[in-house]
Design a protein around this ligand. Structure first.
Ligand code: KIV
Length: 276
């Protein structure tokens, strides 16, 4: 019945918010990947990934849309359920889709669905200072939250494309301020997408909670990539931060293990994957 107590004695117990915080404190990089189904989730978990995200990137890599905007809460729950069934060690974070957190009440209702129906252990939402009240509301109900800053793909039509964020000094300072405010509102993790290395470093230094980067340079507390990019499945031109680990691997499992190893050894991201 007390499965969590039994798990504490395991050689590699399941990851939780405390172990993620400890990894930051001890300087161990956190390796994260997305997954959308049970088979890949098992593979990613067995490769030693610390955190698995059921991202709304599923709208692009699974459903074939150009953006994440059409993804619904039901879509995310469907995929999250499948992923949750396979994970043994990795921590499961699930995206709150576009407009599923436009008020505190709606955010709480949908976060509860992601946890109860989808098996999420943490929810991720995109947004800066405008989401502080929402994060506070969720955290006040003991819902673990990841705040997604930098490039926010759900805002692509407002931003005018998938672009590097925080190159302008004022924008970078605002991002750092927002990150602190979101942490103070109760966010347990910050995810930073597509920012110059220096902004990644400054956000990491400003926060006590782990900062996971995607295109945020080598000096954040962890790295995340979209699984299909790591496996070289995504067609067309890739963002600069993507590395195809399948190019030098003999199997998808080996490619995921190579990603985890590269993150842990800090050989990924290399300078060619970074923004200045
Ligand atoms: O939806 C997603 O996969 C994400 C990652 C790009 C971090 O948010």
């Amino acid at each position: 019945m007390y499965k969590q107590l039994e798990e504490r004695g395991m050689e590699r117990p399941p990851v939780n918010v405390s172990s993620l915080a400890r990894m930051k404190a001890e300087g161990e990089p956190i390796a994260c990947l997305t997954a959308y189904d049970a088979s890949f989730a098992r593979l990613v978990d067995e490769a030693g990934t610390d955190l698995v995200l059921v991202g709304d990137s599923l709208g692009m890599v699974i459903q074939g849309y150009d953006t994440t905007v059409p993804v619904t809460v039901d879509d995310v729950i469907y995929h999250s359920r499948a992923v949750a069934r396979s994970l043994r060690r990795a921590f499961l974070m699930v995206d709150m889709p576009f407009m599923s957190f436009s008020s505190a009440t709606q955010a709480l209702d949908n976060a509860v669905r992601l946890m109860q129906e989808g098996g999420a252990m943490m929810v991720k939402l995109e947004g800066g200072a405008s989401q502080i009240r929402i994060v506070e509301h969720l955290a006040g109900h003991d819902i673990p939250v990841c705040a997604h800053l930098g490039l926010r793909p759900q805002s692509v039509h407002k931003i005018g494309g998938f672009k590097v964020q925080g190159r302008d000094a004022a924008q970078a300072q605002q991002m750092i301020k927002d990150a602190r405010a979101l942490q103070d509102a109760g966010a347990d993790i910050v995810l930073l997408e597509c920012v110059p290395n220096e902004v990644g470093r400054q956000v990491r230094d400003s926060l006590e909670v782990p900062v996971i980067g995607i295109g945020a340079g080598p000096e954040v507390d962890g790295q995340i990539l979209v699984l299909y990019d790591v496996l070289g499945i995504t067609p067309g031109r890739m963002p600069r931060f993507v590395k195809d680990f399948m190019a030098e691997a003999h199997s998808p499992a080996a490619a995921c293990a190579a990603f985890v190893k590269a993150v842990k050894e800090r050989s990924y991201p290399a300078p060619e994957h970074c923004f200045s």
